[in-house]
Design a protein. Structure first.
Length: 151
């Protein structure tokens, strides 16, 4: 199986991301009912509102991150990997991950759960890594431009 291109694995992943882009808003919209069903907390419980806020915000940020990831995979599938658009999308995703990490840092004091600290560290690492990858792709784009001009 090809990994890159219209008939490759990257196309399958892009289609899956599109499906998730449709599914996430549905999941966020149904949170008032699913929180009760999953956690067995009623709407008057103080933790119910906390779960609702945290999961709704996480869902919105996930939608934004998935949108950028879908755009990057689209660039891969149309053979425009080393482009300014890919670099911009990676930087945007990095910022979105760092914003999400700050949110989880704040929720550590609100929920006092170890899992929030773990997510904070994970999202900081992913955000910083994406900044590094974006810089690598920017340099590759410059090399590609220089190479294209010499031909």
């Amino acid at each position: 199986m090809k990994l890159i291109g219209k008939n490759g694995l990257s196309r399958v992943i892009e289609v899956c991301l599109i499906a998730l882009l449709v599914l996430v808003p549905i999941l966020v919209a149904t949170l008032p009912w699913t929180i009760t069903w999953i956690t067995e907390r009623i709407p008057t419980d103080p933790y119910y509102i906390r779960y609702l806020v945290i999961l709704a915000y996480s869902g919105v940020m996930a939608e934004l991150i998935l949108w950028q990831a879908r755009g990057i995979l689209h660039n891969v599938n149309v053979a425009k990997v080393f482009s300014a658009n890919t670099v911009r999308r990676m930087r945007t995703m990095a910022i979105e991950f760092l914003v999400l990490s700050v949110f989880y840092l704040a929720t550590m004091f609100w929920m006092s759960k170890f899992f929030m600290a773990f997510l904070f560290v994970c999202f900081v690492l992913v955000g910083c890594s994406l900044f590094v990858f974006a810089e690598l792709f920017a340099q590759a784009n410059e090399y590609k431009s220089e190479n294209d001009m010499t031909i």
